[in-house]
Design a protein around this ligand. Structure first.
Ligand code: PEP
Length: 263
């Protein structure tokens, strides 16, 4: 059983463009207070850039177990890129994770697999763990071509990455039709696609690397849907959007093992 032994489960909350920085600090404190003391999973919160500095300070001052992530980064260390954020700026705030290639960035900011590949290379180079998002839109799911679509995304995004660091990548399988829609993939279907992604990683890199890389599911995860997802053998965690904005909901998701004991 590699899940839980080699691969520590990871639950991350993507706040997207929500929460003023003081609201963010309050939310992190609430989440921290409600976490199980013996938690054996990684919990990552991913606020907007403007809240990172304050939250980083609060996490450090209170020795919280919560880890911090950013929602995006540029692929250069510095330069004339107005409005962009350097990975070194994130590093200086003890940011451990960064989302790369979220479907909203692909759709609204025209991010291509090529650009995502550059960002992945840079994140690994500077020592920030990327959460790479992949997943098919509804039109692809409707014609049953989701495997081909995701295979292409993986081939392009992971091309030429340094094999010594690639195990630090987390992949989030997020079918676009399930994001923010209230529709979720069935746990079995999510497990099937994640198993497929692991096979591809094994082919692109090696079986050893594929056993180390953690693969999450993302798409309308809620407290009531977390248990059937997390009991799937291939699913190493979840990337949560909407439900991560509410301390009670996010804590219920993170503390899912309490419900497991009651089953
Ligand atoms: C996301 O934005 O990555 C996400 C999964 O959002 P939601 O949980 O709201 O569907």
């Amino acid at each position: 059983m590699l899940k839980g032994e080699i691969r520590k489960p990871i639950i991350a909350g993507n706040w997207k463009m929500h929460k003023m920085h003081l609201e963010g600090v309050k939310l992190v404190e609430e989440i921290d207070n409600s976490l199980d003391k013996n938690l054996d999973i990684e919990v990552v919160i991913i606020p907007p850039f403007t809240a990172l500095r304050s939250i980083s300070t609060v996490i450090k001052a209170n020795q919280m177990k919560i880890k911090l992530g950013a929602q995006n980064m540029h692929y250069m260390s510095e330069g004339p890129f107005t409005g962009e954020i350097s990975p070194l700026m994130l590093k200086a705030l003890d940011i451990e994770y960064v989302i790369i290639g979220h479907s909203e960035r692909r759709e609204y900011f025209d991010e291509t697999d090529e650009l995502i590949n550059k960002k992945l290379k840079k994140a690994l180079e500077v020592g920030i763990k990327p959460i790479l998002c992949v997943g098919e839109p509804l039109r692809i799911r409707e014609i049953g071509k989701q495997k081909q679509y995701v295979r292409e995304q993986l081939n392009n995004c992971l091309e030429g990455l340094n094999e010594n660091y690639v195990h630090n990548i987390v992949i989030a399988y997020e079918p676009i039709w399930a994001i923010g829609t209230g529709k979720t993939a069935t746990p079995e279907d999510a497990n099937f696609m994640i198993s497929f992604i692991r096979q591809r990683i094994s082919k692109i890199f090696s079986p050893v690397i594929s056993e180390k890389i953690r693969i999450q599911y993302g798409g309308s995860v809620k407290p009531f849907s977390i248990v059937p997802i997390m009991v799937q053998p291939e699913i190493d965690g979840v990337l949560v959007g909407g439900a991560s904005l509410n301390a009670q909901d996010f804590s219920d998701i993170v503390n899912y093992k309490k419900k497991l004991k009651n089953i």
